[in-house]
Design a protein around this ligand. Structure first.
Ligand SMILES: [Fe+2]
Length: 205
């Protein structure tokens, strides 16, 4: 399995190339900007781009979908609540494959209704704008919801294994990746809180 983290655009976004070495098939995750650079990297890796996978539908994560689809014929995969052009809708706990790489969908609304995380081969997790290194995503954009974010963070705390390497949707933390176990210990948004404590916490500056 090949994972490349690529900083794209003006908003500290991370796009990713996820490649299967056995089949030489790859997915591009969250191509918000710089389609040309992402496609060039995939071709340097001798990978055929078969899918675009989006963690959610904000523009800075999907704006280059079209260009990549036009150039490669890739299928766009995203959550069933997505409001943009999608070829394959997925739902919570649904599995799908890129080559021989097994990907599990975890629905984590809060930042947006269609936000998902993806667990890959039980080794890594792409967390989109749900969880950053040392932070969680904002909930004050249209479709954001603090109660949903609380439930999603509790789901991450309780159900995501500590060994997963966290690959976030933006470079907002002190490091570009992290271990889920370290996030559970150190990320202040993942501290044990009741629902009402969390809702109060999210209203604090
Ligand atoms: Fe976002």
């Amino acid at each position: 399995m090949i994972v490349k983290q690529i900083k794209v655009g003006p908003m500290e976004n991370f796009a990713y190339i996820l490649g299967c070495e056995e089949s030489s098939e790859a997915a591009i995750i969250d191509p918000g900007f710089e389609a040309g650079k992402l496609l060039e990297m995939a071709s340097e890796l001798s990978m055929k781009v078969v899918a675009v996978i989006n963690t959610h539908g904000h523009r800075d994560h999907i704006a280059s979908n079209k260009e990549i689809v036009n150039q490669t014929g890739a299928l766009v995969i995203a959550h069933e609540l997505a409001k943009f052009t999608v070829d394959q809708y997925i739902k919570d706990r649904e599995f799908f494959k890129i080559g021989s790489i097994m990907i599990e969908t975890i629905h984590t609304p809060g930042h947006s209704p269609d936000s998902v995380c993806f667990i890959v081969n039980n080794e890594i997790i792409f967390t989109g704008d749900t969880l950053f290194v040392s932070e969680c995503g904002r909930t004050d954009l249209p479709g954001g919801n603090n109660e949903d974010m609380y439930n999603s963070l509790v789901k991450i705390m309780r159900e995501m294994p500590d060994n997963l390497i966290v690959y976030p949707g933006h470079d907002y933390g002190p490091t570009k990746t992290s271990k889920m176990g370290d996030e559970k210990m150190n990320n202040y948004t993942l501290k044990e809180r009741t629902r009402s404590e969390f809702l109060k916490f999210m209203l604090e500056p």
